[in-house]
Design a protein around this ligand. Structure first.
Ligand code: ZN
Length: 94
């Protein structure tokens, strides 16, 4: 589905469906930010309640974890947004 990390392929190699007609825009990033906030903030609270991790380590761990999880989530989420647009015949999939 993707020609590059976040660039949709022009067409499906199997059926020829045009994939560049999607209009996902920033919606995948909004979903990732919303999901990561709901994952990381409770995790930070629980970890700080249970452990006494020095602030310097926390300043490295939490942003690093946020970046890694965001990179892991953004491509599948964008694929899901494109799939929903295709299934609803939205954007250029009419
Ligand atoms: Zn296909």
């Amino acid at each position: 589905m993707f020609a590059r990390f976040l660039k949709a392929a022009p067409a499906c190699p199997n059926c020829g469906l045009r994939l560049d007609a999607h209009q996902a825009d920033d919606f995948p990033a909004y979903i990732v930010i919303l999901a990561l906030g709901h994952i990381l903030v409770p995790l930070m609270i629980e970890v700080n309640a249970a452990l006494a991790i020095p602030l310097l380590w926390q300043a490295l761990i939490w942003p690093g974890l946020a970046i890694l999880l965001a990179l892991a989530m953004i491509q599948p989420v964008k694929g899901a947004v494109i799939a929903v647009q295709w299934s609803r015949r939205m954007a250029g999939f009419s």
